[in-house]
Design a protein around this ligand. Structure first.
Ligand code: CTP
Ligand code: MG
Length: 258
């Protein structure tokens, strides 16, 4: 049977987030970002193995946090080096690889499964994408606008990105590529890259504002009832709906006062 490994680059310094510890160890709801990301991978039904690339000084701590079912290796200087090292440590029997940033801590497991399913169905390279909300302009080095691409054709790219193992290994063997993600390298090989719909919750925690957003999202997830509970006061709404309910209440109270 085809085996799926998720490799998790988590060896970055997190300079833009700050805080004096590697980003993967920054806490979200009291637990490291890395633990959230790995738990989502564990909840995904199509992921068989997980390999994490951690900062050199944190390999032992990461291994302790994640338990014996997760392999933890030392990462490298750049993200691509960390990915390469993690892929080398993946079990030999694996033929589908998902590459997933530790910093995308709240990625839904359903998205992870959707990417894995598309690769298992035969696509050599699959990326989750979302529509771009800002207008994007291309500028020259002096800042002068050169071009305004049609926004309806632009997509922001998330992780996990999924690949046939041999395709990704060939991409990592290329030297000196100036690309910012794994699919960019695969594209350079001339391999077709296909897309699946991404998810807003799969955003990358990069700046302090992103961490605040992640805390709010996690709190909303934890507060949302997962089922209706009749007989305990006013009817509870389904998961995800109670925020609207509260806002509605506030609005009515405001009206009553006005
Ligand atoms: N990463 C890695 N090894 C590196 C650099 C980055 O494994 N040498 C990982 C990060 O840990 C993160 C993911 O790649 O999960 C995406 O990178 P990014 O968001 O840039 O994280 P950092 O490099 O840690 O942050 P910064 O660039 O702000 O220092
Ligand atoms: Mg970085």
């Amino acid at each position: 049977m085809t085996r799926v490994v998720a490799i998790v680059p988590a060896a970055g310094k997190g300079l833009r987030l700050g805080g004096g510890v590697p980003k993967a160890l920054r806490l979200l709801g009291g637990r490291p970002l890395l633990v959230h990301a790995v738990e989502a991978l564990r909840r995904a039904t199509l992921v068989d193995d997980i390999v994490v690339a951690a900062p050199a000084a944190e390999v032992a701590l990461a291994a302790e946090l994640l338990g014996p079912s997760v392999r933890v290796v030392e990462g490298g200087a750049e993200r691509v080096d960390s990915c390469r090292l993690a892929l080398e440590a993946a079990p030999a029997a694996v033929d589908v690889v998902l590459v997933h940033d530790a910093a995308r801590a709240l990625t839904p497991s359903a998205l992870i499964d959707a990417v894995a399913a598309a690769v298992l169905a035969g696509a050599p390279a699959v990326i989750p994408v979302v529509a771009v909300t800002d207008t994007v302009r291309e500028v020259d080095p002096t800042g002068r606008v050169v071009r305004t691409p049609d926004r309806s054709l632009l997509r922001a790219v998330q992780t996990p990105q999924g690949f046939h193992r041999d395709v990704l290994a060939r991409a990592y063997a290329l030297e000196g590529l100036l690309v910012t993600d794994d699919a960019g390298m695969v594209e350079a090989l001339g391999v077709e890259v296909t897309t699946v719909p991404g998810h807003g919750d799969a955003f990358k925690v990069t700046t302090p504002a992103d961490l605040i957003l992640a805390e709010a999202l996690l709190a909303a997830r934890n507060a949302a009832p997962t089922r209706a509970s009749p007989g305990t006061g006013p009817p509870r709404l389904e998961k995800g709906s109670d925020v609207v309910f509260e806002e509605g209440k506030l609005f009515q109270e405001g009206n009553a006062r006005g």
